[in-house]
Design a protein around this ligand. Sequence first.
Ligand code: GLP
Length: 224
Amino acid sequence: MEIKVLPDLSQAVAKALYERLKRGGNFGFPTGRTMDPIYSHLVELHQAAPLDPGRVHAFMVDEYVGLSENDPRSYHSYLSERVFRPLGITQVHSVMKPDYDQLIASLGGMDLQMLGLGLNGHIGFNEPGSRKFSQTRLVQIAESTRQANASLFNSLAEVPTQAMSIGVGTILAAKEVWVIASGASKNKIVKQLRTSTETAKLPASFLKGHRKSVLWLDSASASH
Ligand code: GLP
């Protein structure tokens, strides 16, 4: 796993992503606070020199179960608002679609799978205990993850308990994988990830076996 530490992480990831999107292909878009400034910079780059959205297939990473697609708290809404609409991407594939992994494969496989990093080492909603070759499936959201995401809801009770998530196996099948972590809250899990061997206790560790995976960090998340 290659590690990049960049003080201007959001701009650097946005620029690198923009260059990839120019070439077109299949991209897995994550949600989360980490991605907010990255997507803002990406939209700025697109406004300055527009990308051809027709060359891009966008795939979701995960989605809450129990929220409608149009619910402002759904990951579909998050991505539509910050990425798909601003960039004009219409070839959007919801993780709720049946046979999602087969769909990705039938379109030529994932060229670039981007991911955030959960405080407990989750990727997508592959919580600790997820299997290395897991596929897209219904999952239970860990209590600590529900708490970490509760600020986006009115109360903890409103945070869904289940989600659809691409699997660890789905991620490992991608041609390239980027994990992005920013801020001091992530420095502990980043340190654990760096020192860990592959283990289901820390799902992101399975990416160490991937031929082309990059861990993108800022100074704060790399500070340990
Ligand atoms: C959430 C999502 C992940 C996301 C991660 C990090 O629970 N399921 O897809 O990547 O946690 O989120 P954040 O960037 O807000 O820390």
